[in-house]
Design a protein around this ligand. Structure first.
Ligand SMILES: [Mn+2]
Length: 317
């Protein structure tokens, strides 16, 4: 018996969901089965071709719904889980009890674990660490900026490796290890260590770059990363460097765009009152209440600096 499990790729929760789900159904439904994992990436025109569903049973975890007739199991917690209203109706008509959705959950791993426990009497105490960390990482519920930036916890190290993985081979291995190994032991695997070191070096360099350029004024941290060959940075770094700040406005030019990022400090000593999505929308961007961004054309540096200055002024008021 072959089980195909499609999961959200480049995502700690996606990998943890695949690991937990496979342990659950192996015990409760399909003992002795073979499991094959396949990572999925969000695309503007998402499709689910037939060849994805090549198992005797097929599952999707932590990823969009598919009305494909060969799909047996589905678990998701994303706000935008359905590609079309037809898919949402197809899901609503399902009576199998094996397709489950709850956007209230911070992680799909925790959702799976609670459904497995409450409806199918499956528990795995040795995986409780995995569930707990999936909830922290996917829900950005770090206890402080240090945890998010220095990455002392094995789960944070694994997150850096999983999110940056160029090919899916290492993700499959990590999923297999997650099924049966504590997180501290997974990060000690030589393949993981080898990938982690250069990624962590680059992350530390980005902390130094931001430290060099950033200024804080009236609770707003601003910096411009022009001239550094950087594609992005860990969004908690500004609050690690300036724990008393409330907001960040940054300019980051890359080959594909000139990005203005606007964020708020999850550990801010003062209340976060501005809706950052609303502010970014006025300049053609968007996001969530607590974090937003605006993407301008590559090379639009003067315009980006101008927009960033206007937003910083507004956040100080
Ligand atoms: Mn998730």
């Amino acid at each position: 018996m072959l089980l195909r499990i499609l999961h959200h790729d480049h995502c700690f929760d996606g990998a943890a969901s695949a690991a937990y789900f496979s342990r659950f159904v192996e015990t409760a439904f399909y003992p002795g089965s073979e499991f094959r994992f396949q990572g999925m990436i969000h695309q503007a025109r998402q499709t689910f071709p037939d060849e994805l569903f090549d198992g005797d049973e097929n599952a999707i975890v932590d990823f969009k719904y598919s009305s494909h007739p060969k799909l047996t199991w589905w678990f998701d917690h994303h706000q935008s889980a359905f590609l079309t209203p037809e898919d949402a109706e197809h899901f609503a008509r399902d009576r199998s009890g094996k397709k489950l959705y709850d956007p209230e959950y911070k992680s799909c791993t925790k959702f799976i674990s609670e459904i497995a426990r409450d409806r199918f009497r499956f528990t795995a105490p040795e995986l409780s660490e995995l569930v707990e960390w999936a909830d922290i990482v996917d829900g950005a519920q770090y206890q402080d900026a240090r945890t998010a930036v220095e990455m002392p916890a094995p789960a944070m190290k694994l997150t850096l490796v999983i999110e940056s993985a160029k090919e899916s081979g290492i993700s499959r291995k990590i999923i297999d290890w997650m099924r049966r190994m504590p997180l501290a032991e997974i990060v000690e695997q030589s393949e993981v260590e080898q990938l982690f070191s250069p990624l962590y070096e680059r992350h530390l360099r980005s902390v130094d770059m931001i430290k060099e350029r950033a200024k804080q004024d009236d609770g707003v941290v601003t910096f411009d990363l022009t001239g550094y060959d950087l594609e992005g940075y860990n969004k908690f770094i500004p609050y690690y460097l300036f724990p008393q700040s409330s907001y960040t406005v940054s300019v980051l030019p890359t080959k594909v765009r000139t990005k203005i990022s606007v964020g708020s400090n999850p550990w801010s000593p003062r209340e976060i009152t501005h809706n950052l999505a609303t502010i970014c929308e006025r300049f053609g961007g968007g996001g969530h209440a607590k974090v937003g961004a605006i993407s301008l054309e590559p090379g639009a540096l003067e315009q980006a600096r101008n927009v960033a200055a206007q937003i910083a002024a507004e956040l100080k008021s």
